[in-house]
Design a protein around this ligand. Structure first.
Ligand code: TRP
Length: 331
């Protein structure tokens, strides 16, 4: 019996941060043995917000691939590929866009919050429609499972709707994907903002050096009601405590008790977090350095994976065109 498939990935707008790790990367690594895994480097989707600087893509495609390799995605068993090199994804996007309503896209909560985050007054066609393109990313390989952070759930829901509509309009050739959330599907930013994000300048990157991780944690907001060491703290509203929960689980319960009884100060609590986060990140940094020294190897991984993805995509597109009765003028 063939393995079920996973498709997931990232927009190469910058290096990846610990929010990506907690939300999706960790699950990818865990599941790659059990599932045939495809990792999309979504460079076309990056253009939805970064269209003014396409010249940055090449470097960021490499960075995001390095981050995935660094956390333990094994290129021997998982397939990395570059979205812009798969024209079938663009073709599928166009077909899906014919029967996807603009209002559904307008009401997509992630589109709305991202538009607010970027300060968009009006939306480009590509930005408003990127969830349609993402449905094509997921379905070109008929993925069963999509490990993602919470913010991506509306997009997976749309992909499911598109699949159902396609299958009922034409022929049932597409598979309905399922989202998979991690235990920490959303990580707050250092400034307490609901989302960690490069563009909000509140992120700890997987590739940050140990001293920088420590320095950034020292700036993280804590319970604002806790002014002196003697004040009892509220871990529930503390950013640092949420990071303990995500990255220092064994000690988190104890830390919460100490905070509530004023038994530990914020500085010690932050130092303790920095130590355990750096322990987690240390082997990740090492693996990244290994691949950074071997750029040709990384490029070869992308080449090989992209070739494989292209073949899978063409197989699906033949079925899609056949289902839609647009197989004419095809030699
Ligand atoms: N939108 C995702 C993000 O911002 C990246 C992405 C693009 C993706 N295509 C995908 C995720 C397909 C899962 C499946 O993180």
């Amino acid at each position: 019996m063939s393995k079920k498939r996973i498709l997931t990935g990232d927009r190469p707008t910058s290096k990846l941060h610990i929010g990506h790790y907690a939300g999706s990367l960790q699950n990818r690594v865990k599941l790659q043995q059990e599932y045939e895994t495809f990792i999309i480097i979504a460079d076309v989707q990056a253009l939805t917000t970064h269209f003014e600087h396409p010249e940055d893509l090449e470097k960021n495609v490499l960075e995001v691939t390095l981050d995935n390799l660094a956390v333990g995605i094994d290129p021997e068993i998982s397939t990395f590929f570059v979205q812009s090199r798969i024209p079938q994804i663009a073709e599928l996007t166009v077909f899906y866009s014919m029967f996807t309503m603009v209002n559904v896209l307008r009401h997509n909560p992630t589109i709305k919050s991202e538009a607010a985050q970027y300060g968009y007054e009006d939306l480009t066609y590509g930005f408003l429609g990127y969830p349609v393109s993402q449905a094509a990313d997921i379905t070109f390989c008929n993925a069963d499972l999509v490990p993602v952070g919470e913010d991506q759930l509306p997009h997976i829901e749309l992909a499911r709707k598109i699949v159902r509509k396609f299958n009922s309009l034409y022929k049932p050739v597409l598979k309905e994907p399922e989202a998979m959330l991690s235990d920490v599907p959303r990580l707050v930013g250092l400034d307490g903002n609901a989302k960690m994000s490069k563009s909000l300048n509140n992120a700890i990157f997987l590739s940050d050096p140990a001293e920088e991780v420590q320095a950034k944690i020292m700036t993280a907001v804590t319970d604002p009601g806790r002014i002196t060491l003697k004040d009892k703290g509220n871990p529930e509203i503390c950013t640092v405590y949420q990071y303990h929960e995500a990255f220092n689980k064994p000690e988190a319960g104890n830390i919460a008790n100490l905070c509530r009884s004023a038994g530990i100060g914020c500085v010690s609590c932050k130092k303790c977090l920095a130590a355990s986060l750096n322990q987690l990140l240390s082997p990740i940094r090492e693996k990244r350095a290994y691949y950074e020294d071997r750029p040709e190897t990384v490029k070869e991984i992308l080449f090989t994976g992209t070739e494989k993805a292209k073949q899978v995509a063409e197989g699906t597109l033949q079925e899609v065109r056949e289902a839609m009765s647009i197989k004419y003028y095809d030699k």
